[in-house]
Design a protein around this ligand. Sequence first.
Ligand SMILES: Nc1ncnc2c1ncn2[C@@H]1O[C@H](COP(=O)(O)OP(=O)(O)OP(=O)(O)O)[C@@H](O)[C@H]1O
Ligand SMILES: [Mg+2]
Length: 360
Amino acid sequence: MADLIVKNLTKRYGGIAAIEDINFTASSGEFLTLLGPSGCGKSTTLAAIAGLDRPSEGRIIAGSTPYFDGSDGTYLPPEARNCGLVFQSYALWPHMTVHQNLEFPLKLRKIPKAERSRRIEEALNLVELDKLSERYPSQLSGGQQQRVALARAIVYQPRILLLDEPLSNLDAQIRDRARQWLKELHIRLGLTTLYVTHDQTEALSLSDRIAVMDKGRLVQLGTPHEIYNKPATSFIAEFIGTSNFLNGQFIRSGDTNIEIRLRDGQSLLIKQPDENKKVGTGDLMAFFRPECVVSVTNSGTTDENVNVLRGKIIDTAYFGDRYQISVCVDDSVVRLYSAAPPHYEYAHFHVPPSALQLVS
Ligand SMILES: Nc1ncnc2c1ncn2[C@@H]1O[C@H](COP(=O)(O)OP(=O)(O)OP(=O)(O)O)[C@@H](O)[C@H]1O
Ligand SMILES: [Mg+2]
């Protein structure tokens, strides 16, 4: 069931659109992530849903409640929208204890005292901070403050949770734990959650679906698997994970594969795209992930006789669990992984046609 519908959402500042024609639907209990580079319009979209900012056009509907409709002037104020919000800077009130921080939004909503206490206890239990309720924010670690901010967002039982880069202030280790914890909390509460991040690991590991944004537009919406494995454009491919691109000239289109030729004469077979995706002729761009490369050797003798490419190694970086080798192929630099450091000048590697796809 659709819990949140965003239609043709546009916000302009002066003549410039911060977001333009954004469309998506989140189903009940879904964890949907808005992912994209700085300035692409993630916070603007979230603020429009929370009611903190008035969009220029479009519609926002939660369940059967219209939050905003640009065509008839509907605009529900933020306090009537029942959205739990956590911002990047999770600004707790420093002069209030944890308990008081959670109590404040309940007082605003005129919840009776006994009910307030019950809900605060419940929320603090959920975030495992029930023993620290009398502490002030300055007496808590960053991760604990983060959890208080989340508890404050869920304490008044919102129908939608809006989280804008809630883990960005945490260091790598705490962030990893916080991510795990957030996922468990989402499963337990089943709240429809809209999550904003520019961190691909967070997006891939937490989300049911990801909406990738670029320059105010939603450019792809899909499951983490779809976004990672079938990026619609080179921008999306590059933004998520490590990506390799090779440019070539269209040669022929067969039943299963398309053949392109690189400028240096090497040829490459690419699996025919599924569905009715149209393949152009002329200059084409092929994309593959380093982990799809089957073998990296120092000679051309692999068991394969197609898609064995050759290139000069220009850099080797040690990543702890593997080596990343940068190889110059034609006019591109591709990155490959290897368990052992390469003690040779030229690498030969095999990319199966099924691991290659054309991108625009
Ligand atoms: N009040 C404003 N006046 C003019 N332009 C604004 C205003 N607020 C935001 N913008 C512009 O709108 C665009 C989208 O901003 P937004 O804050 O939504 O980006 P974001 O994706 O959240 O980025 P970040 O990852 O850096 O937080 C940016 O180009 C920004 O400069
Ligand atoms: Mg932002």
